[in-house]
Structures are given as structure tokens and as C-alpha cells.
Design a protein around this ligand. Sequence first.
Ligand SMILES: Nc1ncnc2c1ncn2[C@@H]1O[C@H](COP(=O)(O)OP(=O)(O)OP(=O)(O)O)[C@@H](O)[C@H]1O
Ligand SMILES: [Mg+2]
Length: 210
Amino acid sequence: MTIFACVNTKGGVGKTTTAVHLAAMLAASHPTLLIDGDPQASAASWAAWRRENADFKSSPTTTCLVGKAIVSEGRQLSAGFAHTVVDAGGRDSAGLRSALLLAQEAIVPVGASNLDAAAMTDLLTVVDMAKDYNPDLRVRVLLTRLDPRTKDVIDMLVFLKEQSLAIFDTTICERVAYRRAIGEGATVHEVGKDRAAIAEIEAFLKEATA
Ligand SMILES: Nc1ncnc2c1ncn2[C@@H]1O[C@H](COP(=O)(O)OP(=O)(O)OP(=O)(O)O)[C@@H](O)[C@H]1O
Ligand SMILES: [Mg+2]
């Protein structure tokens, strides 16, 4: 049983996109719980749209929890599933801290820009605190929304290595397929059939579950 949490104090980095893809891919083979821990409820909206489309076969069981309930109720609920994925809200909040207490695997989606790097300081403080209570927490950074035409990713990798952060080998590019998928309650496998998107998200799944 593995509990993943997609976390970052910065907004719009791809937490929900990563969480729903991970949960849907895991649900294809094992009972999976998706906890929407963001009061904006984007993952819950995705799940509601997904329920409306009978073609989308495997779905995670989705629930919304806020604040400390993510760790208290989340612990009980996750015991009934092979895997759990928490989509934590952006901002340093009780919900984010609770997600980091519940999780075994923290996945930190980040873009490759100076703003993303600057915003990481906040998150690293919260992660350090969480590790006092959850010493086995594994933290890995996932570079997302990358523009392959720029060299920004090289600078970001240097920064992340300076922070001694573990980084996924897989990177996620900015692709229309992701935006479309989320808006339709789907994954990139189910809309548009962008092969590059499917390949990278499957490589991410393999690494996340390794
Ligand atoms: N790889 C990608 N390619 C293209 N668009 C993306 C990608 N990842 C995310 N997006 C789009 O960027 C926006 C923000 O993504 P997402 O909602 O996953 O981020 P978030 O970190 O959960 O944001 P929030 O902090 O608001 O919860 C959405 O419109 C989403 O469709
Ligand atoms: Mg989100």
C-alpha cells in the first residue's frame, strides 16, 4: 500500500494534473483512492466529469477532505485501498501539512523558471518540518510543463541538485493533451492520443511506483 501526495506551495504547477493521472493509471490495476485536499476541488471536478463518460473505465474512488481530516480520516480511508493519491492545495496550509504527514511518497511538480525555484524555499521548510514527524517520507521533484525549446530546465536541475533534492528522470512537457484531458475527466490516454504525452506519463508511473 502506497500513499502518494502531490504537493507544492506554488499554484498552477501541475499538482492536480499529476495527481489525477497517477490515480487513474494506478486504478487500472488496483483499487485506488484519490483524496482531493484542495478546497478549490479541481480533482473532484475531474472525477465528476469522468463519471459522466461511460467510456472511461477504470476510475479511482474520489473523496474531498480538508485540513487535518486529510491525515485523520485519510489514514482510515486509505487502509481500504491498495494506493492513495492526495492532491494537496497550493499554499502552505493545514491541508498541505496534513498531506505530508499522511504520505509515504511526496511528489513535487515544479516548472522550470526562476519563480518556481524561488517559491521552493517555502515548500522545503514545510517538508523539513513534516520529516520530523514522518521521517520515512520520500520526496521527489517532477519537472512539469516544460518547454523543450528552452534551456531553463538545465538551470533548474542545477538549483534542485544544490538543494540535494531527488528528481524524477521523467519530465512532463507542456502539451495541449494534458489541458484537454483534465477538462474532460480523462487522462491523456483517453483524449487526443498524443503519443509523446502517453509515453512520458507512463514513464512517470513506472518511476513513481518503482
Ligand atoms: N503538462 C501540461 N501541459 C499543458 N497544460 C498543463 C500541463 N500541466 C498542467 N497544465 C494546465 O495548467 C493549469 C494548472 O495545472 P494544474 O491544475 O494541474 O496545477 P495545480 O498545481 O494543481 O494548480 P492549483 O495550484 O491551482 O491547484 C491547468 O489549466 C492545466 O490544464
Ligand atoms: Mg490543483
